[in-house]
Design a protein around this ligand. Structure first.
Ligand code: FAD
Length: 459
């Protein structure tokens, strides 16, 4: 009986795989084949995903400009800092990740000249385009906090950060050296940052490891943030704050790290409310560095006054240039800057760009979706999902979720462990194997969502 059921299940699975594969391979050839020159600036998370989807929609002339020879899966750095993964798992050769059939120009864009449909590369080469998709990410301004770079470079300084491939391991190594002695741990945050949850995720991972090792009472831990709350969305902030109090972690709200005195191990904060400087000694100082728009965008006509690409927050089309789109960390859309957000943005960009090529107005709308798997322990994740304005959009909740996931629930031991498995196992697999092949659409999994006139803006 069991073997019959198993055999039939296998037949169905094999059948579905064959049909899925034939559909996937044949689909691009059912689309109008387009030769328009599409230039994608940046081969990070957004550039790779959007280029793959453009190809899948029949665009045959897609070129990516990307200076780096390696590609990072940045969300893994949090787990590296918490001792759960090796940093080598977070990097691959750029060539292995860029979608096949796209051309790669290994260079940096120095200037964009949208009035002439041109970009100028660092070596002076000029490239024409018909359509431009900007996906250049955020720039990390390591030098903006005096003392930080010295501290990160010195082996025993206690200054660490998961915001860089070269430093993320140091967080875990420093904790290993400190854990058996009385020590002060400061975890800091900055107002402009990608993955706003990461600075506290690594703190909760380390805190839980202290408990596992029976050394928690030796540590004095403080979360220091310029914000008045633990997280930007009240629903999650309340949960995190209750957990913080329960776990005996101190909070220093409305305090922004401004400099690091490496020899004396003292961090200086600006007390935002009282406009005063506050000095705090540390043994381990985890720094979320300052970030901004990439320099070449700061001087570009497609950007706003702060340097972010100025796009309509729903259509992701440039407000000034109809043939320019942007997505990912480099835009001025008021969403939380995460890879998860990009899985919702990329199909919208591809849909709207196709319409512009056809001489139509964009009608697809990105609703501001972002997700942040908030690691709250060694094997637990609180899955935050929300749209513009911090409106909850939880895939697994009964009121906001989609069938059948809505019956699973969001809070509880089983749920937290399942979400952790997604973060640790599923998402890295998806990122390296499905995302660069246009086989992943975020909360829709491998199924391409319908984007278009039915989109209700802001939902
Ligand atoms: P990037 O992936 O940074 O890519 C930008 C690319 O543009 C780079 O390859 C760069 O070389 C290139 N570029 C820059 N300048 C130029 C130029 N002048 N010309 C051409 N190319 C250029 N997201 C989640 O969803 N979940 C998480 O749990 C999560 N955790 C995170 C933890 C950490 C520690 C960090 C750092 C990030 C995390 N994120 C997470 C955020 C996520 O990684 C980013 O939001 C995402 O990678 C942004 O993609 P992007 O393509 O916009 O930028």
């Amino acid at each position: 009986m069991f073997s019959t059921v198993a055999r039939n299940a296998l037949r169905v699975a094999a059948g579905a795989t064959v049909i899925g594969t034939v559909y996937y391979v044949a689909y691009p050839w059912t689309r109008t084949q387009r030769k328009d020159k599409i230039l994608v600036v940046g081969g990070g998370t957004a550039g790779v995903g959007v280029a793959a989807m453009l190809q899948h929609e029949g665009m045959r002339n897609v070129t990516i400009v990307e200076p780096s020879s390696v590609h990072y899966y940045q969300p893994l750095w949090t787990l590296v800092g918490g001792g759960a993964k090796k940093k080598e798992n977070s990097v691959k050769d750029m060539k292995a990740v860029l979608p096949s059939n796209t051309s790669w120009i290994k260079n940096a864009v120095k200037d964009i000249v949208p009035s002439e449909n041109k970009v100028i590369l660092a070596d002076g080469t000029r490239l024409d385009y018909d359509y431009l998709v900007v996906a250049a990410g955020m720039q990390t301004d390591w030098d903006a906090i005096p003392g930080l770079v010295d501290g990160l470079k010195q082996k025993d300084s206690g200054v660490v950060s998961i915001y860089d491939y070269n430093y993320c391991e140091k967080t875990w190594d420093t904790f290993q050296k400190l854990k058996n002695q009385a020590a002060t741990y400061l975890f800091t945050f900055q107002p402009v940052i990608k993955c706003a949850g990461a600075p506290q995720k690594v703190m909760w991972l380390i805190e839980d490891n202290m408990r596992k090792d029976g050394v928690r009472e030796k540590a004095d831990i403080t979360f220091c943030t310029p914000s008045p709350a633990m997280f930007g969305v009240q629903h999650y902030s309340d949960k995190l704050n209750a957990m913080r109090e329960r776990k005996g972690v101190n909070a220093l709200f409305k305090h922004k790290l401004v400099s690091v005195d490496v020899p004396n191990k003292i961090a200086t904060f600006e007390d935002i409310e009282n406009k005063a400087l506050v000095k705090k000694p540390y043994d381990l100082l985890h720094v979320a560095p300052m970030m901004s728009a990439p320099d070449f965008l700061k001087r570009s006509p497609i950007s706003d006054d702060d340097g972010w690409v100025d796009v309509d927050k729903y259509t992701l089309q440039s407000k000034k240039y109809k043939n320019v789109f942007a997505l990912g960390d480099c835009t001025n859309t008021p969403n939380s800057k995460t890879a998860a957000a990009i899985t919702a943005q990329a199909p919208v960009v591809v849909h709207n760009l196709s319409r512009v090529i056809d001489g139509k107005e964009p009608d697809g709308a990105y609703n501001g979706y972002a997700s942040c798997p908030l690691i709250i322990g060694r094997d637990k994740v609180l899955l935050a999902e929300f749209t513009y304005g911090g409106k909850l959009a939880e895939t697994f909740a009964s009121d906001t979720g989609r069938w059948p996931f809505k019956y699973f629930g969001t809070d509880g031991e089983i749920q937290y462990r399942f979400f952790y498995l997604m973060k640790e196992q599923l998402f890295p697999f998806v990122y390296w194997n499905l995302w660069p092949r246009s086989l992943w659409y975020g909360t829709y999994g491998p199924l391409k969502p319908v984007v278009g006139a039915s989109d209700r803006k802001g939902n």
